[in-house]
Design a protein around this ligand. Structure first.
Ligand SMILES: Nc1ncnc2c1ncn2[C@@H]1O[C@H](COP(=O)(O)OP(=O)(O)OP(=O)(O)O)[C@@H](O)[C@H]1O
Length: 266
C-alpha cells in the first residue's frame, strides 16, 4: 500500500445555480479521505448535501453547478480532468450505484449485454466472446442466484433486489478502486437491504474496493461500519468511526439524528 487514499476530497464547495434566485451552496468546504478498501458513510438529513457531494466525486454535478476544491482519486484530481480524460475513469476506476437501479441499467437491453459492453468499452475483456463468458461469474459474485438466466433477462424481469444486485455487478465489473453508492438500499425491504450491505462488505474484502455510501439510514450506517461523516447544511459536522459517533455523538445535530430516529428501520 502506498499510503495514498483511494479518495481525498479537499475543501470542496458546490453551488447550484438558482433560476433567477441566488445560488444554493449545497456543499460548503468539505474535506474527507477514504482509505483503499475502506468504507465511509455520508450520513445526514434530506437536503444536507450528501447527493451533491457524491455527484461531485463522480464529476456528475452538471453544467449549472459551480464546483471548487479537489476530488483526488488515488492522488489524481478529477476536477482538473476534461470529459475525455474522465472516460477511462468512470465505470473503470470508479463505480456508481444509484438508489434506483433504473439509473444505471438500460430497461431495453438484457443485463448480460450491458455488462459485456462495459467490459469491452474499458478493454477489461479481450473481445466480445470473452466479455460474454465473464458475465455469469460477475453476476454470481454480486449474489445473483441464477446468473445465466439473469444475464439473459431484461431489468424488469428481475425482482427489485436482484435488479439492485445486477446494478452493483455492473458498477464493479471492471474492478474499480472506488464505489459510490447513493441511498442504494432505500427502496429495498429489510432482508434484501441487509443482503446488499453485506454484499458491499464482501466486495470490499474481495476486490479491495473503497466504499462511499450515502444514506440517511442509521441502521445501514451501523451495518456498513468503517467511518462516518455526518453532514448538515453542506458541511461535515462530525466524523469518526461509525460505532463511536453513533453510540456517543458529540455534535448536537448528530445527537438529534440519533435520538430522533429509531436505531432499526422497519
Ligand atoms: N440540481 C439542483 N439545483 C438546485 N439546487 C439543488 C440541486 N440539487 C440539490 N439542490 C439543493 O442542494 C441542497 C442539497 O441537496 P442534496 O440533494 O445534495 O441533499 P441530500 O442530503 O442528498 O438530500 P436527499 O437525501 O433528499 O437526496 C438542497 O438545498 C437542494 O435543494
Amino acid at each position: 500500500m502506498t499510503g495514498v487514499p483511494a479518495l481525498a476530497v479537499r475543501d470542496l464547495t458546490v453551488d447550484h445555480a438558482g433560476r433567477g434566485n441566488p445560488p444554493t451552496r449545497a456543499v460548503d468546504g468539505v474535506s474527507l479521505t477514504l482509505e483503499p478498501g475502506g468504507a465511509l458513510v455520508l450520513l445526514g438529513e434530506s437536503g444536507s448535501g450528501k447527493t451533491t457531494l457524491a455527484r461531485a466525486v463522480l464529476r456528475l454535478s452538471g453544467r449549472a453547478a459551480r464546483v471548487t476544491g479537489r476530488v483526488e482519486l488515488a492522488g489524481q484530481d478529477l476536477l482538473a480532468l476534461d470529459e475525455r480524460a474522465l472516460r477511462p475513469i468512470r465505470g473503470r476506476r470508479v463505480g456508481y450505484v444509484p438508489q434506483d437501479p433504473a439509473g444505471s441499467l438500460d430497461p431495453l437491453r438484457r443485463i448480460g449485454a450491458q455488462i459485456a459492453e462495459v467490459l469491452l468499452s474499458h478493454r477489461v475483456a479481450d473481445g466480445r466472446a470473452a466479455a460474454r463468458t465473464a458475465v455469469p461469474g460477475l453476476l454470481e459474485r454480486a449474489g445473483i442466484s441464477e446468473p445465466g438466466r439473469a444475464a439473459r433477462s431484461y431489468p424488469h424481469e428481475l425482482s427489485g433486489g436482484q435488479r439492485q444486485r445486477a446494478a452493483i455487478a455492473l458498477a464493479v465489473c471492471c474492478g474499480p478502486e472506488l464505489l459510490v453508492a447513493d441511498e442504494p438500499t432505500t427502496a429495498l425491504d429489510a432482508l434484501v437491504r441487509a443482503q446488499v450491505l453485506d454484499l458491499f462488505a464482501a466486495l470490499r474484502a474481495d476486490l479491495g474496493v473503497a466504499l462511499l455510501l450515502v444514506t440517511d439510514d442509521l441502521w445501514a450506517a451501523r451495518r456498513t461500519g468503517g467511518a462516518v461523516a455526518v453532514m448538515s447544511g453542506g458541511r461535515i459536522v462530525e466524523t469518526g468511526p461509525v460505532d463511536t459517533v453513533l453510540s456517543r455523538p458529540e455534535h448536537p445535530l448528530t445527537v438529534g439524528l440519533v435520538t430522533a430516529r429509531p436505531s432499526e428501520r422497519r
